[in-house]
Design a protein around this ligand. Structure first.
Ligand SMILES: NC(=O)C1=CN([C@@H]2O[C@H](COP(=O)(O)OP(=O)(O)OC[C@H]3O[C@@H](n4cnc5c(N)ncnc54)[C@H](O)[C@@H]3O)[C@@H](O)[C@H]2O)C=CC1
Ligand SMILES: O=C(O)[C@@H](O)CS(=O)(=O)O
Ligand SMILES: [Zn+2]
Length: 439
């Protein structure tokens, strides 16, 4: 396999994980010990916020009244697109029941979690769209109580449009809290008395790490950390569009990788020349963020064949993956690892980020090898059930008793024995040899 790195990054998505782990470990243990006092202290030192944490319904309504009409319409559009896609996902999963050969009836029933925590990042940018993505999807899944949190915006109250988007998408409780302190508060039910069953939403390395560490106590959607983009481009691609799209995601932050995978050296060279020029024209803080992201995390990989490109792209498992190549169906058929796929030049990651419908909360740091992004499924449990009449219970009891005894589990076996004795008095069954005591 011939792979040439025309630009190789010094850093990988995993660089700097250790620093975040140390910070988050200490913060979570202090919050666990000191509760709301520790949360308020972190909100003050990290986000300069010492105002109220809970936003009342009256305040939400009052602040909504100040949102300009065009903004309301754009947010309503985004919410509708995301909700529509999420409802279609909900329709694609179904309950079922079946009768087994033994006569037992068994089934699966999709049940939503009761309380979901939705984190909306606003450290660098006001991520209005993230509020639509998480809250609308939780509600489409049927979650009863959605607790939404967002960072105090630049030391002040929550960003008004983020708050409006939460309200429009159906949030039940809203808290002005960011970072680890927000994730921990949702997990422990601080300020609300309603611990989350599942916490979703993107965030910086501290947020992503806090979710990872609290997994187990709560469910999480996926490791949705600093944004990534990969672009597959062949000689049919437009280098200007490819360069614009790479820079489009590099502005997320200095830890956001942008990768180009191509079999066309001329295209690669044009893109590499154009990216720094495009970055230089950005306003701050986007320019500084994109410049550092491209310098430290940007990569350009040249391969000989499209099969090699598929292998490389699958190894990177990019959060977002654009295809600017001929024979789009071939790529769709062969790629297996990506958070969300953008097929052809006529769509772009930013459409998905802001309003097209498929969710933008997506796996990063190679997590697309084993997980998709946020969907209704992350809020739903395919719970199973079973029911038997006495006839069906007979064969199951005999086999359960024997298998239990083979395993050395006498008490399990006796739950089956007891049913046979009750339903079939006076009958003898081969129920296996009683388990011997071990001293
Ligand atoms: N993977 C995905 O689906 C998506 C990822 N993103 C990513 O989300 C991230 C958003 O990050 P931000 O803008 O920073 O917002 P953020 O809300 O995630 O982080 C801000 C919070 O970080 C905390 N923080 C900052 N420095 C800290 C420190 N030294 N120690 C402890 N806590 C600290 C503060 O408490 C602050 O509230 C970006 O990396 C973006 O790429 C955004 C959207 C979707
Ligand atoms: O990682 C992501 O999904 C982001 O690109 C989404 S957004 O651009 O912040 O809306
Ligand atoms: Zn983006």
């Amino acid at each position: 396999m011939a792979i040439t790195y025309l630009k190789k990054a010094d850093k990988t998505p995993e660089t700097e994980s250790a620093q975040a782990q140390a910070v988050v470990t200490e913060m979570l243990s202090r919050i666990e010990a000191e509760g709301e006092d520790a949360v308020r202290a972190y909100a003050k030192t990290l986000d300069k916020w010492d105002g109220p944490i809970l936003i009342t319904r009256e305040e939400m309504d009052a602040r909504a009244a100040e949102v300009p009409e065009q903004v309301k319409q754009d947010i309503a559009f985004a919410v509708e697109q995301v909700r529509g896609f999420a409802l279609a996902q909900r329709d694609s999963v179904r309950d079922f029941e079946m009768t087994m050969p033994s006569g037992l009836t068994a089934g699966q029933k999709w049940v939503p979690c009761n309380v979901a925590g939705c984190y909306v990042p606003t450290g660098r940018y006001a991520h209005i769209a993230s509020a639509c993505m998480s809250v609308a999807t939780a509600k489409a899944a049927g979650v009863k109580t959605v607790v939404a949190c967002s960072t105090p915006y630049r030391g002040g109250a929550m960003h008004p449009y983020v708050l409006y988007a939460m309200r429009e998408a159906g949030a039940d409780i809203v808290m002005t809290l960011g970072g680890v302190q927000a994730i921990a508060s949702m997990a422990y039910g601080l300020f609300t008395g309603q611990p989350a069953d599942v916490i979703v939403g993107p965030g910086n390395k501290f947020v992503a790490e806090a979710k990872r560490m609290l997994f187990g106590k709560v469910g999480i959607d996926v490791f949705a950390g600093p944004s990534e983009i990969g672009i597959l481009a062949d000689k049919t691609a437009d280098p200007e569009i490819v360069a614009v799209d790479l820079v489009g995601q590099a502005e997320h932050g200095h830890e956001s990788p942008a990768w180009l995978f191509t079999d066309d050296r001329a295209l690669a060279e044009k893109v590499m020349a154009r990216v720094p020029e495009l970055i230089a024209t950005l306003p701050e803080p986007a320019r500084e963020a994109a410049d550092a992201a491209w310098r430290d995390y940007g990569e350009v990989v040249l391969c000989d064949t499209r099969e090699e490109l598929v292998k490389v792209s699958d190894d990177y498992a990019s959060e977002h993956l654009e295809i600017h190549c001929a024979d789009l169906d071939w790529w769709m058929d062969n790629l297996t690892n990506y958070g969300s796929l953008f097929v052809g030049e006529e769509t772009t990651v930013a459409y998905g980020d802001k309003c097209s419908g498929p969710n933008h909360i997506l796996p990063t740091k190679y997590a697309a090898r084993y997980s998709a992004g946020l969907s209704v499924h992350k809020f739903l449990k395919p719970l199973t059930w079973q029911k038997a009449d006495r006839e069906a219970s007979k064969e199951l009891a005999i086999r359960t008793a024997r298998i239990s005894r083979l395993e050395g589990m006498e008490a399990h076996a006796r739950t089956a024995d007891a049913r046979l004795a009750k339903y079939y008095p006076g009958h003898n069954f081969d129920l296996g040899a009683p388990v011997e005591s071990i001293s």
